[in-house]
Ligand binder design. Structure first.
Ligand SMILES: *[C@@H]1O[C@H](CO)[C@@H](O)[C@H](O)[C@H]1NC(C)=O
Length: 311
């Protein structure tokens, strides 16, 4: 009896397998329907109900959902994602549209914005006593200063211009810049200088206790009241320190995907997302996805936290 049921089970399994093989021949490989059931022809060869099995859950599609945004604005942090960018003319710039991602209205002491320069565009100078940092994320731009020096900046290169220095950025074609500006925190007998550079020319710095790769785009000397860090994480790498500190941050994720923790919230983020971090907001990053994460990070440094407090 026992022997019989084993044999018949084996036989039944064989039958089942044969049936699956013949059925898949009729219905297309692995359950995909044969082409006769596909909608239309040419470009729209999608099955009638293909959205059921291909929901818009992949990050590249989320922004197409009506009314959906990953952007968040809280008292001590903000995540500003591309589907919520609003571009408008930048005051006094020619042929340039800008989108402010971080501004003092949020509580920051700096602005961070994207500037989309068109053909024949030209920047304006920042307000009195305001210093400027520019990083090229797309295209190229020509930097000109008061000495008549011109310098072409390509993707991944940058310029720092001290406050009240005559200069302009010009574009013959198009460029997208991320611009960071703040009122310079004067320190007696210290004078920052114009800096032109590119990320790949900056040395990797020690990061004790951490695994990410760090480059700093500005000198660390006391003349500079902020720095810009370029931080690289391989997928699976994360910050060891769950940082809480007096400094503010503006962040632009340049490459990759991951999870950013801000306060008690955990945000899936991807290249193109910007983050504002107020002083003392708990912050932590883990790189996920399949490629390197790289972000650009503004950090105020070298000044006593009391520097701007009026007694
Ligand atoms: C203009 O740029 C050149 C090249 O970097 C530099 O040597 C010069 O000092 C700059 N001039 C001013 C006024 O900053």
């Amino acid at each position: 009896m026992r022997r019989f049921s084993f044999l018949s089970l084996f036989f039944l399994l064989r039958l089942l397998l044969l049936w699956i093989i013949s059925a898949s021949g009729e219905e297309g490989f692995c359950g995909f329907p044969p082409s006769s059931l596909l909608e239309g022809s040419g470009t729209s060869t999608k099955p009638l109900y293909w959205k059921v099995t291909n929901p818009t859950l992949s990050p590249s599609h989320l922004q197409d959902l009506p009314g959906f945004t990953r952007s968040v604005y809280r008292r001590d942090h903000a995540v500003i994602t591309p589907e919520s960018h609003v571009f408008g003319p930048l005051p006094d710039w020619d042929n340039t549209l800008g989108a402010y991602l971080v501004s003092p209205a949020m509580g920051s002491h700096f602005t961070m914005y994207l500037a989309r320069m068109q053909e024949g565009s030209r920047s304006a100078v920042p307000a009195q006593d305001v210093e400027r940092f520019v990083f090229v994320v797309q295209g190229s731009t020509t930097f000109l200063n008061a000495s008549g020096t011109s310098h072409k900046l390509h993707v991944d290169s940058y310029a720092y211009v001290p406050a009240n220095s005559e200069h302009s950025f010009k574009c013959d074609e198009t460029a997208t810049l991320v611009v960071i500006e703040r009122r310079y925190a004067v320190l007696k007998n210290h004078y920052p200088e114009q800096i032109l550079g590119s990320t790949d020319k900056q040395p990797l710095l020690e990061t004790p206790g951490e695994v990410f790769q760090l480059r700093k785009l500005l000198p660390t000397s006391a003349s500079y009241d902020f720095n810009i860090h370029i931080m690289d994480f391989q997928p699976g790498e994360y910050l060891n320190v769950k940082e809480v500190h007096y400094n503010q941050h503006g962040l632009l994720l340049l490459q990759g995907q991951g999870i950013y923790r801000l306060g008690d919230s955990w945000y899936p983020v991807q290249a193109g997302d910007a983050i504002w971090m107020a002083p003392f907001v708990p912050q932590w990053y883990a790189a996920l996805g399949k490629t390197r994460s790289r972000y650009l990070l503004y950090k105020d440094v070298n000044r006593d936290p009391l520097w701007h407090v009026k007694f």
